[in-house]
Design a protein around this ligand. Structure first.
Ligand code: PGA
Length: 261
């Protein structure tokens, strides 16, 4: 799919402090002029470092995303951060439905859909995560699980809204474990997600990038990114090391050129 966008996004999770976050951003900004054409580079630092990241990334081909947001615009929700606030400091995208939020914060598909709606209402891009647990794959239910997550969270959206979403398939058993989905496992799930998108029409299927996430690193990314329906990666651990993240951006650029030939 040569016209498809390619994205490499770094999910820093609850890592870094101000000094190391600044160093990480600077390390990427310094190299941004050399990013391969056509690869969109996204970083998702923790909330306190977003504004710093936005300022330093201005003009540097790096998009700053948040890792979470609240589904309401404002009000008495102590400790929460709204999409309106994120927009006001120049954040352009936000991860929703990460398995760690599903697991530790009890987020349901319905709530995740509401968060995505709040982001779309502000013109921000939701990066919607889905993926099955180990037992679900072993039981052969992985396609059904992802179908349910997609329908439960994204079923409410019109086609023009769906076209503004980015999907990340992240098998839970592969996140932070060093276990990666094989390129065949990734491709068959990405093709399944693409087929689900296709039920909303060809233009949705053709426009929505589907990223792979889960122990993606410079050692395995080449095979994964070369798959027809893998449009880049959502990177956890390897996004905290400048050289590794830059290498993943380079690999994504080479995969994109490869798919055009
Ligand atoms: P990982 O995390 O690359 O460290 O496995 C990916 C993610 O959770 O987004």
């Amino acid at each position: 799919m040569n016209h498809m966008r390619t994205i490499v996004a770094g999910n820093w999770k609850m890592n870094t402090d101000l000094a190391s976050a600044e160093a990480l951003v600077e390390g990427l900004v310094k190299e941004a002029a050399a990013f391969p054409e056509g690869v969109e580079v996204v970083i998702a630092p923790p909330f306190p470092f977003l504004e710093m990241a936005v300022k330093r990334c201005t003009g540097a081909r790096i998009i700053v995303a948040a890792q979470n947001c609240h589904h309401h615009e404002k009000g008495a929700y102590t400790g929460e951060v709204s999409a309106v606030m994120l927009k006001s400091i120049g954040v352009k995208a936000c991860i929703v439905g990460h398995s760690e939020r599903r697991q530790y914060s009890g987020e349901s598909d319905k709530l995740i859909g509401e968060k995505a709606a709040a982001l779309l209402a502000q013109g921000l891009t939701p990066i919607f995560c889905c993926g099955e647990q180990k037992e679900e794959r072993e039981g052969g239910h992985h396609f059904d699980v992802v179908t349910e997550q997609m329908k439960g969270a994204l079923g409410r959206f019109s086609n023009p809204e769906l076209e503004r979403i980015v999907i990340a398939y992240e098998p839970v058993w592969a996140i932070g474990t060093g276990l990666t989905a094989s390129k065949e496992q990734a491709q068959e799930m990405h093709a399944h997600i693409r087929a689900l998108l296709h039920t909303h029409g060809a233009s949705v299927a053709e426009r929505v990038p589907i990223l792979y996430g889960g122990s993606c690193n410079p050692g395995n990314a080449e095979g994964l990114f070369a798959q027809a329906d893998v449009n880049g990666g959502l990177i956890g651990g390897a996004s905290l090391v400048v050289e590794q993240f830059l290498e993943l951006v380079r690999i994504a650029g080479a995969a994109q050129v490869g798919s055009r030939q």
